[in-house]
Structure formats: C-alpha cells, structure tokens
Design a protein around this ligand. Structure first.
Ligand code: A3P
Length: 290
C-alpha cells in the first residue's frame, strides 16, 4: 500500500484516497443553489456538523442518520467516490469538504449555495490530528508529538496549513451564504448553535425537533451509531485497533495527559504551547481572531 503524498495547488494530499484528477473534478463540480457545504480544516468537528446538518435536514428525525453512513449522507467533495455520491444524492444535498478556499468548486462563488465553516482551537486540532494520523492509514505515521507539532505549524501535513485554511475561508465572513461557527461554541451551547444554523439554513424547527437534533448529535449517541462512528470503515483505511475515530470529543485536550510508551506527560508542554502561540500570532495577525 502506498503512503505517498502529492502536492496540488501548493497543498499536500495523500495518494491513497486523493488524486489530481479528483481535485480538478472537485474544482469543476456543478454546484446547485440549494447545496449546503460542510467545510472544515480536518479534525475540527466535520462529522459532528454533518450529523447536525443531517438531523436538521430531516426535521430532527434520526432515521436517516441511523440507516445511512455519514460518508453517503454528506459525501467528501475531494474524492472521486465522494463526488460521484454527491452527484447522485437527492437535493438539497449536504457535501463535506476539507478543501482550502483556493481549491473549492469555482461554481460556488457565483451561486447561492451555502457554506458552513467550523473552526476549532488549533491546539486541539493538532492533538486530534496527531492521534488520527496513527489510525488513518492514508496518512504517514506522525512520529512524536514534538516532531508533528513542527510539521503542523509549518503546514507540512495533509490539507496544508491550518492558518492558511482558516485565513482563506474567513475572508468570506459577511457574505449572506457563509456561516462560521466554532467547535467550542457547539460544545458550550449546542441547542443555541443549532437554532442559529436553522435560521441560516431557512429551516426553522419546533422545540421538540430541536431537542431531537441535540440528543442525536451528542458525542455518546454518535459513538454508538455505526453510521456515524466509522466502525463500518474498511480496515485498510482506518486501523481502529489503535483507537476510535470519535476519540474524546472535548475542548482543551491539548492541556491533558497523554501516555505513549508508558511515559506520562502533557500533550503540549508550556514551552511548546508558547511556541504555538507565537506562530499563531504571527500567522493570524490582522485577521481579528487573536
Ligand atoms: P477528538 O480527536 O479531539 O476527540 P473531524 O470530524 O473534523 O475529523 O473531527 C473529529 C473530532 O471531532 C474528534 O475530536 C471527535 O471526537 C470530535 N467529535 C465528533 N463528534 C463529536 C460530538 N458529537 N461532540 C463532540 N466532539 C465530536
């Protein structure tokens, strides 16, 4: 099995799932005005938002989420298989993507299609991606967290720099068809976040339907749902013996303890955290996100 990476548009992609042809097809994807795009930098809550959007689409009824795998409900735009699924899905479609803005479908920019962009504390993204890289076979083994953090800060990881991804997408703030929200807001007030999403989507829900969305999009419910927890993923894609996809589902895990080779230590040491903050300030300057 190849674990090779390739570059496309200045961004790194793993060759096992992605191809230049697929990425070009994504760029030419025929967008419909009622499409809803679930966009994130990886490990920022993509499948959580996908679950929320699936439930809102179905008026809180969980049957779709319980019977169809999430990768069919909201297929990934950047793989050829995902594109095929997206083309075949009933409208209004939910389509997921980790693509940076400059590789997104050209047709989106002249359309009324909606983008929901979820952003997460990058230190938690780093920790989540570190663990994910150990179970997701298309990715190279991350090595130590120290080594991996440097790569992450340099953008030398699949899907490129977190900073550039966020800076790129947040340029769309203020557009009518762009909504951004943080993983942390979802954590703090899921019901209120779902209400805001409903109003952005023009899909108001009754209080009972809102409750159903909140209950069925919880970490525990999703962890027990084979259609949402990736237990149906083939072993050549996900090595679940090394850990679950839905790992912890908390904010601030970068402060917690990690056990590797019997050695307990902080996920990020105070020094690493300070270095991260420095790069963050340099990279995000002027964005109004500090
Ligand atoms: P952790 O690895 O920190 O647990 P993505 O879907 O973009 O790959 O993001 C995966 C991260 O979102 C994982 O973070 C996962 O546990 C978390 N997540 C998924 N569903 C969630 C939920 N319902 N509530 C909270 N976190 C969730």
């Amino acid at each position: 099995m190849s674990r090779g990476y390739f570059q496309h548009g200045g961004v790194t992609f793993p060759g096992l799932l992605y191809s230049p042809r697929g990425l070009e097809a994504a760029r030419d994807f025929p967008v419909e005005d009622d499409d809803v795009f679930n966009v994130t930098y990886q490990k920022s809550g993509t499948v959580w938002m996908l679950e929320i959007l699936s439930l809102i689409r179905q008026g809180g009824d969980p049957r779709w989420c319980r019977s169809v795998p999430n990768w069919e409900r909201g297929p990934w735009l950047e793989t050829l298989l995902g594109l095929r699924r997206a083309r075949g899905n009933a409208r209004p479609r939910i389509i997921s993507s980790h693509l940076p803005l400059h590789l997104f479908p050209r047709a989106f920019f002249g359309s009324k299609a909606k983008v929901i962009y979820t952003v997460r504390d990058p230190k938690d993204v780093l920790v989540s991606l570190f663990h994910f890289s150990r179970i997701f076979r298309p990715y190279k083994d991350p090595g130590s967290l120290e080594e991996f953090m440097e790569k992450f800060l340099q953008g030398d990881v699949p899907f490129g720099s977190w900073f550039q991804h966020v800076r790129g997408w947040l340029q769309l703030r203020g557009r009518e068809n762009f909504f951004w929200i943080s993983y942390e807001e979802l954590q703090q007030d899921l019901r209120g976040s779902v209400q805001r999403l409903c109003s952005f989507l023009g899909r108001p829900l009754s209080p009972a339907a809102l409750d159903a969305v909140v209950a069925n999009a919880s970490f525990v419910t999703m962890s027990h749902n084979p259609m949402s927890n990736f237990s149906l993923s083939p072993a050549f894609i996900l090595d679940r013996r090394r850990g679950p996809f839905l790992r912890k589902g908390i904010s601030g895990d970068w402060r917690n303890h990690l056990r590797i080779s019997g050695d307990w230590r902080n996920h990020l040491t105070p020094e690493q955290s300070r270095r991260f903050d420095l790069v963050y300030r340099q990279q995000m300057e002027g964005l109004g996100a500090n």
